[in-house]
Design a binder for this molecule. Structure first.
Ligand code: PLP
Length: 377
């Protein structure tokens, strides 16, 4: 019997255990230790951000962003409905009202053509999501944000090493949140990062991340007392988490090279399906592909279910993705009733193919052939 090809398999570079052991033996395993500093310096340089702050998850980085906005009850935040629940929860926890936007026809990112119509006097922020690491069209987002003085918070959870017109994702808005969850390109099991691009917000973000204290300034010798100066929470990952992450970041180029090659082989092998009306990922000319997700968009929900079943019979695991949040049990009665047909379409029809570092050429060929056989090619 053929071995099952899983949807995802976390990649180990081989250094993780050694670095975690070093962190433990150093006797300094709380946040902001040696490995946190290594990760921070590396990512600050890669992203060329004003400041980067390691957090326990991307959701936490988004919660920190929401704190930075000083949201008042009934303030509104615009984001796509086709996203992870954490994108919304971070703002819901601060009492904000979420205004869900539709996706575009070409890919699941925020439909910027309808964006301005969603702005009201209560709107405070726009949260574009770079789905599959492919950039949302940011210039129109920035334009609307500038016109109405809104803050742009990028959900760059999937956006590592990807760009919009040459600029790293997560460094275009005031802040950008990244994830190092097990399913992402670079992982720490659970982990995240906030890139702060607005200098004014950088000092405050650092304070809010450490329970509203000026602890970091104190350790840098900038103030002589360490005190409570603002609201905040504890968003620091332990240095053991950072040790795992550092083992991954050291191999970032190799990881990206491999994932992008796999993505490209899928694209080349499946390109013909588009003639049948099956959707393939579209990378607009302003965007890049970082090999995070490879998906196809089936022609119907029934077709997608049949495809998943067909592939399962071939011992290949596919995964659909988000259930658009405007129709979720928690939110349905809060939604203003606008139809979001593209969000619904990706909910019903998008399906992700196995994509992980160790996916070999032969196994990948099995996946491609499985899809082609389902579509009778
Ligand atoms: C993974 C993901 C998150 C959440 O990341 P965590 O680190 O698990 O909190 C948020 N938004 C998007 C778009 C994601 O893909």
């Amino acid at each position: 019997m053929k071995q099952t090809i899983p949807f995802n398999k976390p990649y180990l570079t081989g250094q993780e255990v050694q670095y975690i052991e070093q962190a433990i033996r150093s006797g300094k395993i709380s946040g902001d230790g040696r490995f946190t500093k290594l990760c921070k310096a590396f990512l600050e340089q890669r992203l060329a951000a004003q400041k980067v702050l390691l957090t326990t998850s991307c959701t936490d980085a988004l919660e920190l962003s929401a704190l930075l906005l000083d949201l008042q009850p009934d303030d509104e935040v615009i984001m796509p409905a086709f996203t992870y629940v954490g994108t919304a929860n971070a703002f819901v926890l601060r009492g904000a009202k979420i205004v869900f936007a539709d996706s575009t026809a070409q890919n699941p990112n925020l439909d910027v053509t309808g964006l301005e119509r969603l702005v009201t006097p209560r709107t405070r922020a726009i949260v574009p999501v770079h789905y599959a690491g492919i950039a949302c069209d940011m210039d129109p987002v920035l334009k609307v944000a500038h016109r109405y003085q809104l803050t742009v918070v990028e959900d760059a959870a999937q956006g590592i090493e990807s760009f919009y017109k040459g600029q790293p994702l997560g460094t275009i808005g005031a802040v950008g949140a990244f994830s190092f969850h097990e399913t992402k390109n670079v992982t720490a099991g659970e982990g995240g990062l906030l890139a702060v691009n607005d200098l004014q917000k950088a000092a405050r973000a650092e304070i809010m991340r450490e329970n509203g204290t000026n602890r970091s300034s104190f350790f840098r010798g900038e103030v002589d007392k360490y005190t409570w100066v603002d609201v905040g929470s504890s968003f620091l990952p332990s240095d053991m988490i950072a040790a795992y992450l550092w083992a991954q970041l050291e191999q970032l180029d190799a990881i990206q090279h491999r994932r992008i090659a796999i993505w490209q082989r899928y694209f080349d092998g499946l390109e013909g399906l588009s003639a049948l009306g099956v959707g393939l990922p579209v990378v607009p000319e302003y965007a890049t592909n970082n090999g995070h997700i490879f998906y196809v968009v089936c022609r119907s929900l029934a077709e997608r279910s049949a495809l998943i079943e067909h592939m399962r019979s071939l011992h290949i695991s596919l995964a659909f993705h988000y259930l658009a949040l405007h129709k979720s049990p928690y939110f349905a009665n809060k939604h203003d009733g606008r139809a979001l047909p593209w969000a619904d379409r990706y909910t019903d029809c998008l399906v992700r193919l196995p994509l992980y570092y160790e996916l070999g050429v032969e196994d990948q060929q099995r996946v491609v052939e499985g899809l082609l056989s389902f579509y009778g090619c």
